[in-house]
Design a binder for this molecule. Structure first.
Ligand code: HEC
Ligand code: HEC
Length: 241
């Protein structure tokens, strides 16, 4: 028990330093120095919870309730299952994700943050995010989406891997999709289409995600599917039976 606690504490120290750099930029690096480390160690021994770690290290971008941040282009993470959180953090760590040329903002910063996390810490964070309730977010790009059409496209091309209600599938290591904002779904589909998001070579389903994204050939295909997916959380129902 003590050993595990210490691993979390060590992860915490590295994480606070990485986040200070990510959030403040070069000008704040000094704050992440020795003084900052001692302070965060005390904090963690007092609280020691992943919730606190999230509040200090992640909430600035991903939101206090994991709801994401639309102006900053940060995805929601509330309700993401642990296998997916660990998988994606590992990809950021190994530079298998977030390498696209326009990833100058948060995506690029995820590398430093993920690199400072041990596997234990990632797993603890995964369990924490999985326990957060998904948050309904305002529509941005899927306004006016044809939900019935979106449902047809979704059932034909996506349900096999992401589940009928977009709930995700641990066996395929695919995430639930209804937890995300509409613009994020569109942005990631476009990244898969443009080969800007690397697959996990060990996961056939992840490799197939690229070919599948290409089947959404028209702009309205992507919009309608995204609209249908977020409607699973809002409870908004389409006209189809
Ligand atoms: C500087 C802002 C920033 C901070 C701080 C930050 N993130 Fe992120 N994170 C992002 C952005 C932006 C993305 C989306 C990257 C992309 O578009 O591929 C992301 C993606 C992720 C993903 C993948 C989500 C998905 O659906 O694939 C996870 C998991 C994640 N972050 C967890 C965390 C955790 C845990 C922390 C705190 C330890 C954290 N992030 C701190 C900006 C941030
Ligand atoms: C063959 C299985 C498969 C099919 C079919 C599939 N997906 Fe995926 N999808 C995955 C996997 C696996 C991932 C996780 C990718 C990774 O490893 O980063 C994923 C990731 C995604 C993401 C990124 C989520 C995030 O957290 O960033 C979106 C968005 C997405 N899929 C949407 C769709 C849509 C829409 C369809 C239908 C048009 C679809 N997928 C069809 C397997 C699939």
């Amino acid at each position: 028990m003590k050993g595990k606690g210490w691993i979390l504490v060590k992860g915490w120290i590295l994480l606070v330093a990485a986040v200070a750099i990510a959030i403040c930029g070069a000008g704040c690096e000094e704050k992440a120095g020795v003084g900052g480390k001692a302070e965060s160690l005390e904090t963690v021994e007092g609280a020691g919870s992943v919730a606190e770690l999230y509040a200090v290290g992640c909430a600035d971008c991903h939101g206090a309730a994991g709801e994401g941040n639309n102006p900053k282009l940060v995805p929601a993470v509330a309700g993401l299952p642990d296998y997916y959180v660990v998988g994606e953090l590992t990809k950021f760590q190994g530079l298998l994700r977030g390498m696209e040329p326009d990833a100058a903002g948060g995506a690029l910063k995820m590398h430093g943050i993920a690199s400072s996390m041990s596997l234990d810490l990632m797993q603890a964070m995964g369990a924490y995010l999985a326990g957060m309730r998904p948050v309904v977010s305002e529509l941005t790009v899927a306004e006016g989406a044809d939900l019935a059409r979106g449902r047809k496209l979704y059932e034909a091309q996506c349900a096999e891997c992401h589940g009928r209600e977009a709930e995700g599938d641990p066996a395929k290591l695919s995430p639930p999709l209804y937890v995300f904002q509409d613009w994020y779904l569109v942005a990631q589909i476009e990244k898969f289409q443009a080969d800007l998001r690397q697959s996990d070579p060990a996961n056939v389903a992840s490799l197939r995600m690229h070919a599948t994204a290409l089947q959404l050939a028209r702009e309205e295909d992507v919009r309608d599917v995204a609209g249908f997916v977020v409607s699973r959380l809002t409870g908004q129902r389409d006209a189809a039976p």
